[in-house]
Design a protein around this ligand. Structure first.
Ligand code: PMT
Length: 400
């Protein structure tokens, strides 16, 4: 599956800030993801880096001067503005932010922004006092009200040695915001997709839990893929080590009962529920209030009671229900039974014995089964790509 950045045209504006070095990494990551990057450097930026630095990475045009007779694009910067799918300004210094807020067009970057209708992402980077200054705050607010996405800035140590808010956010976060901007009017715009992720934990006492090996990667990847096609994506997540994805709301839960309550609440106004979580089928009848002591006995008998089946019970107006079945034998038969028993539209039969598939890895191998008897076997692919293929099917179900 192509990356959401594949073949998209991005104008990367770089202004004079020591954070310029991060823009080189950003240009590289965008290019590697398949985007065509047109770089515009302000005069300030050229004090830190040269056009050659960016041109060597993007293999595309680098514009520094609207009036440069050597550059075809500088003379025709309107064309560059018009062909942009998104404009990213990173790092954005206070001066450029002020010029953008007031509509100046006195250099190649501000002219390009004014001449373009593409969405704009601005990643401020400056001294903390400059950022907190009332003038900068007003300018940033003005841009935000106009629909410009303001990325950061982050809190931390500045080049000056001072600590405060003014650090440019990391390129990885800007890449995610770029994908969101590109997918805003995508096929799932206006849809709400709820995804469960991770393995629930059932407490035995304040220290110990019954858990499983789910890392949450599959569910998180589906939510990111939904976000990238314009959906409002919500993850109901059991404990995981993963960072919250940019632009996705994450509701954190622990036990299966908590997951049920959160999933039901989120599904009230959702279009689809995708349960990628590994929900504990059983929980201890009682959890000890104090930590259990080893004592004299060599055994510990725990009485378990069944957890509710969240997916089977979930309901909503026209809710599309999608399940996963992690199986180590009789893959299709077991998945088929779950598809019917839980009243699903679609189930991903997940062969956890196949190398590179199942728990904790970045790839997965699934077979999609639908209630009409359709069987679609997918090759081993990244979990994000599995999410895309699954959402293609959800999209069709929503369009019924
Ligand atoms: O998180 P990762 O490390 O990336 O791993 C991904 C995964 C292997 C956990 C995932 O791809 C997967 O297969 N999830 C389903 C795990 C499972 O075994 O489900 P199940 O066969 O127990 O249940 C079938 C379906 O019913 C699942 O969608 C499950 O979320 C849901 N269920 C199960 C029990 C329960 N009490 N309530 C439920 O809603």
């Amino acid at each position: 599956m192509p990356s959401p950045l594949e073949g998209r045209r991005i104008v990367l504006g770089v202004t004079g800030s020591i954070a310029c070095f991060k823009a080189v990494d950003l240009a590289s990551k965008l290019t590697q993801a398949g985007a065509a990057v047109d770089v515009v450097l302000t005069r300030g930026a050229t004090n830190f880096l040269t056009p050659l630095t960016f041109g060597s990475i993007t293999h595309g045009p680098v514009v520094t001067d609207v009036y440069d007779p050597q550059s075809e694009l500088s003379m025709d910067h309107i064309a560059m503005a018009e062909r942009a799918d998104v404009i990213v300004i990173a790092p954005a210094a206070a001066n450029t932010i002020a010029k953008l807020a007031w509509g100046f067009a006195d250099d190649a970057l501000t002219t390009t922004v004014l001449a373009s209708q593409a969405p704009v992402i601005v990643a401020p980077a400056m001294d903390a006092n400059m950022y907190e200054h009332a003038a900068t705050q007003e300018n940033v607010e003005k841009l935000r009200e106009r629909g410009v996405v303001i990325a950061g800035p982050a809190q931390g140590r500045m080049a000056s040695g001072l600590v405060g808010r003014g650090r440019m956010v990391e390129p990885a976060e800007i890449i995610e915001l770029t994908k969101i901007a590109l997918g805003k009017n995508g096929a799932m715009a206006g849809r709400k997709i709820v995804v469960s992720a991770g393995g629930t934990e059932e407490p035995l006492d304040p220290v110990r839990v019954i858990a499983n090996r789910s890392s949450g990667k599959m569910g998180f990847a589906i939510a990111e893929a939904a976000r990238d096609r314009g959906a409002s994506a919500v993850i109901v997540s059991a404990p995981t080590a993963l960072p919250d994805p940019v632009g996705v709301r994450v509701v954190k839960v622990g036990t299966a009962l908590q997951m049920r309550d959160a999933v039901f609440a989120e599904c009230r106004d959702a279009d689809a529920l995708v349960m990628a979580a590994a929900v504990a089928d059983w929980r201890p009848v009682t959890a000890a209030v104090q930590k259990m002591k080893k004592g004299e006995s060599d055994t510990w008998t725990i009485e378990l009671t069944k957890n509710p089946d969240i997916l089977a019970e979930a309901s909503g107006d026209q809710l599309v229900k999608v399940g996963f079945a992690a199986e180590s034998e009789d893959l299709l038969e077991n998945a088929q039974a779950k598809l019917i028993d839980k009243g699903l539209h679609l189930i991903a039969a997940n062969d956890i014995t196949s190398p590179g598939s199942g728990f904790a890895v970045d790839t997965n191998k699934v077979v999609l089964l639908d209630r009409e008897g359709g069987v679609e076997e997918l090759p081993l692919m990244s979990k994000y790509d599995v999410g895309c293929r699954l959402l293609d099917r959800v999209e069709r179900l929503l369009g019924r």
